[in-house]
Design a protein around this ligand. Structure first.
Ligand SMILES: [Zn+2]
Length: 257
């Protein structure tokens, strides 16, 4: 494969090309008004490619920053806070880049698609939380060339499938002994009560808006005596808040029931 001049960044099996050359036809501070139509169109094409290259490099750097926990060493509570306060990105820019960095770190197919423009950052940011080792190739193939609207449709179809699976989970054969498994009737009641939305409320009183990838969570963990058959002990949480909750329980010294 011919890359031309420039610097190459190794990221696992993927070699990222960072375009650094300038040519007589396209100098960064050249006055576009002096260019012919063809030179202007070519210049725009190259600039777009260069922008995608810079975006890939940024995403790759961000993934490495998160892997090292560098943002914490630099005094930021999260990667998002580092991007917004330290790197002066807007919150939406930061969010999409952080999500993309996590996806790129897990799935090598992501960066080449981002670099070629087959996959847009906004679409990747939508898909990233839903990508798994088992489905990412199919999701990426579906999203290729379709932009943000296509990604929205893919995510909506995934969410519909998950909701259907959640609803159809067969109740376990009648057992008098209460198990960790949440009965379907309790799930239905909790789903209706929580309005199909994550029930996490921050210390500041903000409720999470997430409606995709919801999981049923025991308020008092089953292992700590919490019941599965009592809707008051069950709530809907998105994956992020379920993980946060599990982490908090794991990191907090166990309390009595
Ligand atoms: Zn949530």
């Amino acid at each position: 494969m011919k890359f031309g001049r420039g610097r190459e960044l190794l990221a696992g099996p993927f070699v990222l090309k960072i375009w650094t050359q300038t040519s007589e036809r396209l100098v960064p501070d050249a006055d576009p008004r002096a260019l012919s139509d063809i030179a202007l169109a070519l210049g725009l094409r190259r600039l777009a490619a260069r922008e995608r290259g810079a975006l890939c490099a940024f995403v790759l750097h961000l993934a490495e920053c998160e892997r090292r926990g560098l943002h914490r060493s630099l005094g930021f509570s999260s990667l998002l806070a580092y991007c917004v306060q330290g790197l002066r990105l807007s919150e939406s820019e930061a969010r999409s880049r952080a999500r993309s960095a996590r996806a790129a770190a897990r799935f090598p197919r992501v960066l080449p698609m981002l670099g070629s423009g087959t996959l847009h950052l906004s679409a990747l940011a939508l898909l990233a939380p839903h990508m798994t080792p088992g489905n990412h190739l199919s999701l990426l193939a579906q999203a290729a060339g379709k932009g943000k609207r296509g990604a929205h449709a893919i995510v909506a179809a995934l969410a519909a499938g998950r909701r259907e699976r959640l609803r159809r989970q067969p109740p376990r054969t009648a057992s008098l002994v209460e198990s960790r498994r949440i009965p379907q009737s309790v799930k239905d009641e909790v789903w209706a009560r929580d309005g199909g939305r994550c029930a996490f409320v921050s210390a500041g009183g903000k409720r999470c808006d997430e409606r995709d990838g919801l999981e049923f969570d025991h308020v008092v963990p089953w292992a700590m005596g919490g019941r599965s058959h009592d809707p008051r002990n069950i709530r809907l949480l998105c994956r992020a808040h379920n993980r946060l909750r599990a982490w908090a329980i794991f990191a907090t010294p166990a309390r009595g029931p």
